[in-house]
Design a protein around this ligand. Structure first.
Ligand SMILES: Nc1ncnc2c1ncn2[C@@H]1O[C@H](COP(=O)(O)OP(=O)(O)OP(=O)(O)O)[C@@H](O)[C@H]1O
Length: 231
């Protein structure tokens, strides 16, 4: 059996992305991105606004296609797969946490966390238990039956964090997952994330401007001039 610690969860090779090609507004956002994320590894992505962080996360999460380069998730090259297969891989293997959480307003916090598993056809009797345990790990289990409108911004963000992890994805792609949170709550959510990384082999790519959190991850990568550099 392969060692989960050395299993490659996500691999980007030679990724390039240009917007408005061959027009005066051409922007070469990604200029040859190489990134290997192993199972059980957390990597911080630090990028100034407009550097291409969202573009990179969208390509890594199969929401967008690069112009050139290859994306592999769990060893499978996804470039030439049809849309249905790419969607299936995204749903099964990738969790997203965005700056804006997009919770479904008519459902409770708990239902918002369980719903992706229903969509995925993977909801089991344990799905509710898994969702409650995730909500507990970030301190909002007592709010499980509240709808998003009755939750604070930070509570909604924590629900979105749990939703992203409910399916046990192989890769978590997060954009400022603790951005709205006070330092203690941020610490708790980050701790819950790192526990999952260490205990379950989750691979996490976390965009953040918080250099203290970044330093607590395994590696820090900066997106500069369309390329990734260490540190
Ligand atoms: N669909 C698009 N068409 C044209 N230009 C785009 C498109 N999407 C993004 N851009 C441009 O590409 C650059 C990178 O955008 P991106 O959203 O990836 O940056 P970002 O690093 O996530 O920024 P922020 O941190 O401010 O959200 C920006 O200059 C942006 O204006």
């Amino acid at each position: 059996m392969s060692d989960p610690a050395t299993e490659i969860a996500l691999q980007l090779t030679g990724i390039e992305k240009v917007y408005n090609r061959d027009t005066p507004g051409e922007i070469r956002v990604l200029r040859g991105i190489d990134l290997t994320l192993s199972a059980g590894e957390a990597v911080a992505l630090v990028a100034p606004s407009g550097a291409g962080k969202s573009t990179l996360l969208h390509i890594a999460g199969l929401l967008d296609q690069p112009d050139t380069g290859e994306v592999r998730i769990g060893g499978e090259a996804v470039q030439h797969l049809n849309d249905a297969r790419r969607t299936a891989i995204r749903r099964a293997d990738v969790g997203f946490v965005y700056q804006f959480h997009h919770l479904l307003p008519e459902f409770t916090a708990l239902e918002n966390v369980v719903l992706p598993q229903l969509a995925n056809g993977t909801a089991s009797s344990s799905a509710r238990g898994r969702a409650l345990s995730l909500l507990d790990s970030v301190g909002i289990k007592p709010r499980a039956d509240h709808r998003p409108a009755a939750l604070s911004g930070g509570e909604q963000q924590r629900v979105a964090f749990c939703r992203a992890l409910a399916n046990r994805p192989r890769v978590l792609l997060a954009d400022e997952p603790t951005g709205n949170l006070d330092p203690d709550t941020s610490d708790r959510v980050f701790g819950a994330l790192m526990d999952l990384v260490r205990q379950t082999g989750l691979a996490a790519l976390v965009a953040t401007h918080n250099m203290e959190l970044a330093a607590r991850m395994d590696r820090v990568l900066r997106l500069e001039n369309g390329q990734l550099v260490s540190g």
